[in-house]
Design a protein around this ligand. Structure first.
Ligand code: LLP
Length: 419
């Protein structure tokens, strides 16, 4: 499922870099991104969409890989960038993303982030609720272009925690509220409604729900922009059967031809399907235990890939030193955190796994780094972008000093209040 190859010694190669060498040079756990793979997927999306619907743009859902290097690549590849909150907004600006290419999302925006977005000239603000409108009305300056996020009442068949379009979802305005808001904002001095937005969920493995969502927003009337969100699923294991990017674009643009004004602009907002295949996470094997199962225990886990436990993604693992060898062991690849749910791969066929091996889990480019945390005192791993055999560190890993530093007030506090 990843852009990778096998090197002369039977080792895994990503972006031209030997994975065992990456593990030696940068340590494990390590997030590695195949930069060319990432760029190729961005182009495939952008060219694929514009060849099917001329007035269109692809927006990188940056929550899927919120690192400055990925924002910079998205900017270079001509994408728009979806940001949620002041943090992602600032990361994007730090990466040099043109403000006009920013799409600000969020169901609980602060006044500060709206002010910042407007003052830098963010291209679009996606209105989720009436308070967004109240706050935007108070900010001086010209008219802010906005999209209205619509709650389409569609149940996409995916994990409940990432289904966002159902009746009970916290996101968006109902169809009736959307219609009413469009009317109310018609001649608003500070807000200009450019169109509508819909996003029905993530890791969706069929095209029909996207078509349905597009039809729902098309039914709201003629607008300049229709943003149909992200959500296309990917194949994590051989059991998944995700539509290809082209099949997805075919379905969406066919529906657009039927339902949207011919001059409308079509936006899509992929995250997972844009970045997941370019990422591989490397772990060091700390031990192999044969008890009632065979466990390969590695030096990371929930602290760097909690999304696996959150959404039951089923990845596959390889031993990076020996990818071509025939597996002789079915093992559970487990992390080092104190949770039974800290399971990276349930049934991984591996060739004689042993202490010191490098386990590589491919397809982890999306929503892994996003949720990095310090569970059990784990340090945030570094990230490298690999291009034509050259690894570049793009996110520094944490040190134990970094782990302890935020607790400086407590060190003082214990001195002030001796036992
Ligand atoms: N647009 C909006 C407004 C979104 O909320 C999202 C994802 C996307 C686009 C991109 O969706 P994608 O193409 O990546 O499916 N915790 C989950 C993922 C959460 C997705 C959140 N929203 C996981 O680890 O799988």
């Amino acid at each position: 499922p990843i852009h990778s190859s096998i090197g002369p010694d039977g080792e895994l190669v990503v972006g031209g870099c030997s994975v065992p060498e990456l593990a030696r040079e940068f340590g494990t756990p390590l997030y590695a991104i195949d930069e060319q793979g990432l760029r190729d997927t961005m182009r495939r999306y952008r060219e694929g969409l514009s060849s099917r619907w001329a007035r269109s743009r692809v927006c990188f859902a940056s929550k899927s890989l919120p690192c400055v290097a990925a924002y910079a690549v998205a900017q270079q590849e001509g994408l728009l960038v979806d940001v949620v909150g002041e943090g992602e907004l600032r990361l994007a600006l730090a990466a040099g993303v043109e403000p006009g290419r920013l799409v600000l999302h969020g169901n609980a925006k602060s006044e500060a982030e709206l002010r910042l977005a407007k003052s830098v000239g963010a291209g679009l603000v996606v209105v989720d609720n009436p308070t967004d409108i109240e706050m935007l009305s108070e900010i001086e300056g010209g008219r802010q272009d906005v999209l209205l996020r619509v709650l389409p009442e569609i149940d996409a068949n995916t994990h409940p925690s990432i289904a966002t379009g159902g009746r009970g979802s916290k996101f968006g305005l109902t169809l009736a509220q959307t219609r009413e808001t469009v009317e109310r904002l018609r001649d608003h001095p500070r807000i200009r409604v450019r169109g509508v937005h819909v996003h029905i969920g993530s890791q969706i493995l069929e095209t029909a729900p996207f078509v349905e969502a597009l039809r729902v927003v098309a039914g709201l009337g003629a607008f300049d922009i229709y943003n149909v969100g992200g959500g296309l699923g990917v194949n994590y294991s051989d059991d998944d059967d995700a539509p290809t990017i082209e099949q997805y674009l075919d379905a969406v643009t066919a529906a657009a031809r039927e339902a949207l004004p011919a001059t409308a602009e079509l936006l899509i907002e992929p995250g997972r399907s844009l970045v997941s295949r370019s990422g591989v996470t490397l772990y060091g094997v700390r031990n192999v235990k044969r008890s009632n199962s065979t466990f390969v225990a590695v030096d990371g886990g929930m602290s760097d890939q909690i999304n696996i436990a959150l959404t039951d993604d089923r990845f596959t693992a390889v031993i990076a030193e020996r990818v071509a060898e025939t597996p002789d062991t079915i093992a559970q690849v487990v992390g080092r955190q104190c949770e039974s749910g800290d399971l990276l791969v349930d049934r991984a066929p591996l060739p004689a796994p042993r202490r010191g091996d490098t386990v590589a889990i491919a397809g982890t480019g999306a929503y892994g780094f996003t949720f990095v945390n310090n569970y059990n005192g784990a340090l945030h791993p570094p990230m490298v972008f690999c291009l034509r055999g050259e690894p570049s560190v793009v996110v520094r890993g944490q040190s134990y000093e970094d782990l302890i530093a935020p607790h400086a007030p407590a060190l003082e506090w214990t001195r002030r209040r001796p036992a």
